[in-house]
Ligand binder design. Structure first.
Ligand code: IPE
Ligand code: IPE
Ligand code: MG
Length: 243
């Protein structure tokens, strides 16, 4: 189950991925960007299977950011359609593989044909416990923190809590990834060393692995390399390790 050479205790339990590089993958082949996004879906299927095969219980992927609305409207529209098609055509297979699906992101930006696909995928797979796949779609870490703050402020205004009671646990409880533990490992493909508004709170002590591999090319071997890299890190959480 664990990756070869990695002790079970050194396997990540929650992996987050910034699936970047679809456009560059297409550009290198002189293809429209849409081809890269399509190939990216196949890479995502591979990553989910990898988690299932290697006992990684939670995978959180960045599929569409709150900033991605600024792309050309044809690309935005294509991504919406691709997401809808993917979670319609692949849902039975994902369900059979015991994958639980959750969409994390603000939903009120979408029409009912999209939210229906999400609701169906979530309700069909809600009891699965092999891999939890969080799909961050219309997700932004800053937005998530704004919404969490609003929820806490509303509770305080209603007298349910005192402002002074707000602490790290109560704020965490309002986040979209709840009840998942924070990611152990963040993988970003396509070489950029930035978090691009992904999981800003949750990444506080996450190990970061950046690879030049473009997301559509991301293979089991690349996933393994990320895990081997992770397994060799000393996670100190601010402490001094015993010498
Ligand atoms: C990631 O690939 C997919 C989304 C952001 C939806 P990009 O589309 O950002 O690919 P590059 O960065 O242009 O290569
Ligand atoms: C981050 O990639 C968002 C997703 C992978 C969905 P971007 O391509 O949007 O990020 P930047 O623009 O390079 O920071
Ligand atoms: Mg990009």
């Amino acid at each position: 189950m664990p990756v070869d050479g990695v002790p079970p205790g050194r396997m990540p339990r929650h992996v987050a991925v910034i699936m970047d590089g679809n456009g560059r993958w297409a550009k290198r082949r002189a293809l429209p960007r849409a081809f890269g996004h399509r190939k990216g879906v196949a890479a995502l299927k591979g990553a989910v299977r990898f988690c299932s095969d290697h006992g990684i219980p939670v995978l959180t992927v960045y599929a569409f950011s709150t900033e991605n609305w600024q792309r050309p409207s044809t690309e935005v529209k294509f991504l919406m359609e691709l997401m809808k098609k993917t979670f319609t055509s692949e849902i039975d297979e994902l369900h059979q593989e015991g994958v639980r699906i959750r969409f994390i992101g603000e939903r009120n930006a979408f029409s009912s044909d999209i939210t229906e696909v999400w609701n169906n995928a979530e309700s069909l797979t809600k009891d699965n416990d092999n891999v939890l796949l969080n799909i961050a779609f219309n997700y932004g870490g800053r937005r998530e923190l704004v919404l969490a703050s609003r929820a806490l402020a509303a509770k305080a205004a209603a007298g349910v809590i005192e402002p002074g009671d707000i602490d790290e646990d109560s704020l965490s409880a309002e986040l979209l990834t709840t009840p998942c533990e924070d990611p152990d490992l963040l993988i970003r493909t396509a070489g950029q060393c930035r978090v691009s508004n992904f999981l800003l709170w949750q990444l506080a002590y996450t190990e970061i692995h950046v690879t030049d591999v473009l997301w559509p090319d991301f293979s089991d071997e690349d996933f393994k390399a990320a895990i081997v890299d992770f397994s060799q890190r000393d996670r100190k959480f601010g402490r001094v390790l015993e010498m």
